[in-house]
Design a protein around this ligand. Structure first.
Ligand SMILES: NC(=O)c1ccc[n+]([C@@H]2O[C@H](COP(=O)([O-])OP(=O)(O)OC[C@H]3O[C@@H](n4cnc5c(N)ncnc54)[C@H](OP(=O)(O)O)[C@@H]3O)[C@@H](O)[C@H]2O)c1
Length: 336
């Protein structure tokens, strides 16, 4: 059995991860962390797990975690995560990091968008980006994997194959995304109180969202030039789910069947990407590790629409998919 620990185990992504790991045949959950000193039980923090796991959450140092675990899932915010990751790796653990700390290759771009200096810059460009559909071979056997952001997952899965095939131009890509409120995590913030976000819809961080450089980094790799996307996220009064509509210009005249053909060819053997004719909706992928994507051509523009569950394919499901690859286990274990 592989002994697994979760850092930041009180959060939403950790709760989803616990549900998935409890049905993983190769995993024993051995340590859960919180900054709270009261050693709450799993059931106190996540009542949906009552009776499933007899463990308490503890304020453990990375060294203490490393003495109990082979693999650590870091469900901490950025900056807090990097501080723990380098210690865990030095102690011999493997790590799946949910935060943004190891997603970007360039420490200067990280400092510009996250407003902190990275404590472990040398490791950034060496860390595989944990989107198995595009980077499977670099994830296999890795000691550290950077789990992608939720918005980037939905946007990149729709656009990367079209850039790779030279069907759409890397210039002028517009990405419009809507996310359920769990995307902001469980840590309370005024903008996410029920009366603030219920019956409400708003754009936020227009032109400034931290997932922008992450999307550009990956799409730029597929386009072979910088993409400079315009990314506008919206908060929508749902618990979970992301729907992303992306608009791009075809390099040559193209119809929807041809665009769908490119997506189908790319994902024909992928267990978790479904290219569909119908317009996707978030409910059909809720609670699953699937991404559904379709395409249309409207007034000469290529329009792709993709959906994921932000907490599963956008976080904990992707983490388990990466974990399976890191340990050479069947990639769909605990996910189908
Ligand atoms: N929510 C999503 O849809 C989603 C999707 C993809 C990636 N992510 C990323 O995954 C990570 C976890 O997200 P989440 O939504 O689960 O967040 P969350 O619900 O807010 O949970 C994060 C946990 O980390 C602990 N924590 C907070 N600040 C800390 C600090 N400065 N030092 C140490 N521990 C701290 C907290 O636990 P205690 O207060 O108990 O210590 C908190 O419960 C984040 O990096 C996030 O960006 C989230």
């Amino acid at each position: 059995m592989i002994r697994a620990a979760i850092l930041g185990a009180t959060g939403y992504t950790a709760r989803e991860l616990l549900h998935l790991l409890l049905r993983h045949p190769e995993v024993e959950i051995t340590a859960l962390t919180t900054r709270q000193e009261t050693r709450p039980s799993v059931a106190e923090i996540h009542p949906s797990l009552r009776g499933r796991l007899d463990l308490v959450l503890e304020n453990l140092t990375p060294t203490e975690v490393a003495s109990r675990a082979d693999c650590v899932f870091g469900c901490l915010p950025h900056a807090a995560s990097a501080a723990a990751v380098s210690e865990l790796l030095a102690a011999g653990c493997r790590v799946v990091d949910f935060s943004a700390d190891y997603r970007l290759n360039d420490p200067k771009i990280y400092a510009q968008w996250y407003k902190v200096e990275h404590p472990d810059p040398a490791r950034m460009p060496k860390t595989p980006y944990g989107l198995p559909e595009l980077f499977r071979e670099s994830i296999r056997g890795a000691n550290l994997v950077a789990n992608p952001g939720c918005y980037p997952t939905a946007a990149i899965l729709a656009l990367a194959p079209l850039l790779e095939a030279g069907v759409v131009s890397p210039r002028g890509i517009v990405i419009d995304s809507k996310s359920g409120v769990s995307g902001a995590g469980r840590t309370p913030k005024p903008a996410f109180h029920f009366p603030e976000c219920n019956e409400n819809l708003a754009a936020y961080a227009v032109g400034q969202h931290r997932h922008t450089p992450e999307i550009d980094q990956v799409l730029g790799t597929y386009a072979d030039v910088e993409t400079n996307v315009v990314f506008t996220p919206h908060l929508i009064p749902m618990d979970r789910g992301i729907l992303t509509t992306a608009y791009s210009d075809p390099v040559e005249e193209v119809d929807a069947d041809a665009v769908l053909g490119v997506l189908r060819k790319k994902y024909q053997d992928e267990p978790f990407v479904r290219v569909i004719d119908e317009l996707p909706n978030t409910k059909n992928v809720s609670g699953t590790n699937f991404c559904e994507v379709t395409a249309r051509v409207v007034q000469g523009k290529v329009v792709t629409i993709s959906v994921i569950d932000n907490l599963i394919k956008g976080a904990s499901g992707a983490a388990v998919q990466n974990f399976n690859l890191m340990y050479d286990l069947p990639e769909t274990t605990a996910l189908l």
